[in-house]
Design a protein around this ligand. Structure first.
Ligand SMILES: Nc1ncnc2c1ncn2[C@@H]1O[C@H](COP(=O)(O)OP(=O)(O)OP(=O)(O)O)[C@@H](O)[C@H]1O
Ligand SMILES: [Mg+2]
Length: 214
């Protein structure tokens, strides 16, 4: 499949804060590299000089201080730069690009949770990625009860605001997965890291590695 190989493969990992994305991305990268693939790993926001500076801005200003459109445009600016500078060239070289968060984060956080219209966000996402969309997305789905247990505390009153937000983000991700069941594969992220990875590995065998061996 030379044409397909030249296009590369864009694999993204999504899920709410603390779902285990970065933990699993490390494991996925090492499995795919051991299988002989050329893999470029990136995380959003970040990955270029400009995007890392934007990441710092987003961390410096808590979301309470950032107007929603400002937050949206900062994420999109970081993605636009990362895509042009790192992702697109790697895909052109035929590599597999593995992203820790990508366009579905915008749909879940800025869309379902902050209330921007989904068709608008899809257009802006496409603009930031020159119309390239992920070939496969692993959604780590974590029940709220497990997440607060992982954080090791029961939510106080201030936290309940965050929990409402978190619920909306989670609902946004689940809706995206229902809409695009072929692209977005939902993985139960409530087990230990080995159990979660075993499910991901089965998906990668079927959708990435199995195809390349054929
Ligand atoms: N399956 C798991 N079971 C229990 N703890 C886990 C599991 N996976 C990751 N953790 C722990 O939970 C915390 C969050 O994991 P991780 O940083 O991978 O999540 P993340 O989705 O990348 O979070 P963020 O959205 O904040 O970047 C870490 O302390 C990690 O060691
Ligand atoms: Mg992370």
């Amino acid at each position: 499949m030379p044409a397909r190989r030249r296009r590369g493969f864009l694999l993204t990992v999504e899920g709410v804060d603390g779902a285990g994305k970065s933990t699993q991305v490390r494991r996925i990268a090492s499995l795919l590299k051991r299988s002989g693939l050329l893999v470029t790993v990136v995380r959003e926001p970040g990955g270029t000089r400009l995007a890392e500076r934007i990441r710092r801005l987003l961390l410096d200003f808590r979301s309470a201080e950032l107007a929603d459109p400002a937050e949206l445009f900062l994420y999109l600016a970081a993605r636009g730069q990362l895509f042009a500078e790192v992702i697109e060239p790697a895909l052109r070289r035929g590599e597999l690009v593995l992203c820790d968060r990508f366009t579905d984060s915008t749909l879940a956080y800025q869309g379902h949770a902050r209330g921007f219209a989904e068709p608008l966000l899809r257009k802006l996402n496409d603009l930031s990625t020159a119309d390239r969309r992920p070939d496969l997305t692993i959604l780590l789905d974590l029940p709220l009860s497990v997440s607060s247990r992982r954080k090791g505390r029961t939510p106080d009153r201030l936290e309940s605001e965050k929990i409402r937000f978190y619920r909306k983000v989670q609902a946004g991700y689940r809706r995206a997965a229902r809409r695009e069941p072929r692209r977005i594969v939902t993985v139960d992220a409530s087990g230990d890291a080995d159990a979660v990875f075993a499910q991901i590995k089965a998906v990668l065998e079927r959708r990435v590695l199995g195809r390349l061996r054929r």
